[in-house]
Design a protein around this ligand. Structure first.
Ligand code: TYD
Length: 207
């Protein structure tokens, strides 16, 4: 793939506001005529829906860690082939809600062997890191409160069975691991203010 566009990802725990921020950022840049696509994982790109259903539906938790990693990576490869790769080749900005950093944290945190597997697979079949990653950070209590006010989705925390504060710390540590591309931003800011900050930083990347 010849990449002439830019690749921006948003990461963080559930309830951080990544989805809203991706949309606000996309709207703002689109209004300026910047060619872009906004997408998400799991399930982004054509044909991704059924893979997302496998990963987030009834069967969540029934697969082994390794199988989950393979499925998330398969989903990512499909996303790369059907949407991210072509858009970057056309010189577009790609704004993606979650990417490999989510796998590194949700599937790999505290499990060095799994983390190595994730990185090796990523290198072998994806081979693309974002140009810039916004880690939307906020206290766990704030995120939990937000999730509980979303109808129907309050069971997910229990279903995931993960230590949310460990996940938050894991996302924050990514900024030390990948200092060139990762920026920690404050997810407790009013959405319009945070959107302004992301817009400014994305602007400096693409200008
Ligand atoms: P997401 O679509 O961001 O959730 P939301 O409904 O809030 O938009 O992601 C669904 C879940 O999948 C989320 O809890 C994080 C998890 N996930 C992983 O565990 N590994 C991954 O690689 C990705 C991309 C997501």
């Amino acid at each position: 793939m010849t990449k002439t566009g830019h690749f921006v990802t948003l990461e963080g725990i559930d309830g951080a506001g990544k989805t809203v921020q991706s949309k606000l950022l996309a709207e703002r840049l689109k209004a300026e005529g910047i060619p872009l696509v906004v997408t998400r994982e799991p399930g982004g790109g054509s044909g991704g829906g059924p893979i997302r259903d496998l990963l987030t539906g009834e069967l969540t938790g029934t697969y082994s860690n390794e199988t989950e990693i393979l499925l998330f990576t398969a989903d990512r490869r499909n996303h790369l082939d059907s949407l991210i790769g072509p858009a970057l080749a056309e010189g577009k900005l790609v704004i993606c809600d979650r990417f490999v950093d989510s796998t590194r944290i949700y599937q790999g945190l505290g499990r060095p062997q799994l983390r190595r597997l994730i990185d090796r697979l990523h290198q072998a079949v994806i081979g693309l890191e974002p140009d810039m990653t916004f880690i939307v950070d906020l206290p766990v209590e704030v995120a939990v409160k937000r999730i509980r006010t979303r109808s129907g989705s309050d069971r997910r925390f229990e279903q995931f069975g993960k230590e949310i504060s460990a996940l938050r710390d894991g996302f924050r540590r990514l900024a030390d691991e990948f200092p060139n591309r990762c920026r920690i931003v404050d997810g407790t800011m009013p959405p319009e203010h945070l959107a302004e900050e992301l817009y400014r930083m994305t602007g400096s990347l693409i200008s």
